[in-house]
Write a protein that binds this ligand. Structure first.
Ligand code: 2P0
Length: 338
């Protein structure tokens, strides 16, 4: 019986993906390039097991202990169809029993769909012996998931073709390029968000006056500038652009009709603290970034980690439980569990 178990990491974007272009809803083709760091599978990871069998009538997916409505989830169906179309016929005719689990809050702005779909795509490709590309298959499940298929610093290039053939994730530099870079996460709110990223970005694209400039000029310029900062390991520049792009995403959401707000009072308090800390240090030593959620991801260099954690715990004494420190923040890729 074919079976496989895979773990996959989350990735945190510092230049954000927020919008799909016309006709790109099924293939998930974005309106702009994005850029992220893939984290280690400790502490956060998705784990997916797939067993192929002729003993069940339909494919089944159990996510975090609950049975998913497979047939009515178009993305899951797309992923499975693509895998079967690229697999040997004797395997393609089998049904898949899938069990998946995240060891951190799901749908709370912590990139669970990225690690989740990457783990699913990777496990299915292995179990079905599919020739499909794991990153492309992950993207069909959830856009940002395509970046989790690679380690280190990863770009998701939007491409221009309607069929998505030039829309792909590429590793910019691997995890050894900037080993001093560390990532922290303050889990401020674990509940599921009210407005999904998928819905939020659709609304922003339709209604936020900021989106046109963001897509046409701002993000392309930022991609160039931050690529240079990563190449040169220039943390101050990296931090500056990272925080601006995070602020822009919040502004885009604030100017969306109806307004979308993922940040909470705690999120704003973190932002104020990080700016005050950098001011006191006389340079940027800590950067925040927020996705579609209240939780705060932070970047800093190894030399600052003790001071940063002390400052965070001093101002957020209750953060003890929720402050996750990713000691080996950059990893190679998803991996199969032996
Ligand atoms: C990102 N986010 O680049 C951005 C930043 C959230 C804010 O990718 O519709 O769950 O499944 O393609 O990938 C979240 O969007 O959306 C996301 P779909 P996804 O990481």
């Amino acid at each position: 019986m074919a079976h496989v178990t895979v773990t996959a990491p989350i990735n945190i974007a510092f230049i954000k993906y927020w919008g799909k272009r016309a006709g790109g809803e099924t293939l998930i083709l974005p309106t702009n390039d994005s850029f992220s760091i893939t984290l280690s599978t400790e502490p956060f990871r998705s784990k997916t097991s797939v067993v192929l069998t002729d003993k069940i009538a339909e494919d089944e997916l159990w996510l975090n202990g609950k049975k998913s409505d497979f047939a009515s989830t178009a993305r899951l169906t797309n992923v499975l169809e693509t895998v079967r179309a690229t697999s040997p016929p004797e395997l393609a005719k089998l049904k898949a029993f899938i069990v998946s689990e995240n060891n951190f809050p799901t749908a709370a702005g912590m990139a669970s769909s990225a690690s989740g779909y990457c783990a699913l795509a990777s496990a299915l490709v292995r179990a079905f012996q599919s020739t499909a590309d794991v990153s492309v298959l992950s993207r069909i499940g959830s856009g940002s998931a395509c970046r989790s298929a690679y380690g280190g610093f990863v770009k998701w290039l939007m491409g221009k073709e309607e069929d998505g053939s030039d829309c792909r994730a590429v590793q910019y530099v691997d995890h050894t390029h900037w080993p001093e870079m560390q990532v922290l996460c303050a889990v401020l709110k674990g509940e599921q968000k009210d407005v999904s990223s998928t819905k939020g970005m659709q609304l922003s694209l339709q209604t936020s006056p900021m989106m046109k400039d963001r897509i046409e000029t701002i993000v392309p310029a930022r991609m160039e500038e931050i690529s240079k900062a990563v190449t040169e390991r220039n943390f101050d520049k990296f931090a500056e652009i990272t925080m601006i792009d995070s602020d822009d995403l919040q502004q885009v959401c604030a100017t969306t009709i109806p307004k979308v707000q993922y940040a909470t009072e705690d999120s704003y308090a973190m932002i104020r603290l990080i700016h005050a800390f950098n001011k006191a240090k006389g340079k940027r030593v800590l950067a925040y970034t927020f996705d579609a959620g209240a939780n705060c991801f932070m970047f800093t260099l190894k030399e600052n980690i003790a001071e940063v954690i002390a400052v965070l715990l001093h101002h957020f004494p209750t953060a003890d439980e929720s402050l996750c420190f990713n000691d080996t923040s950059l990893v190679a890729s998803y991996k199969a569990v032996e």
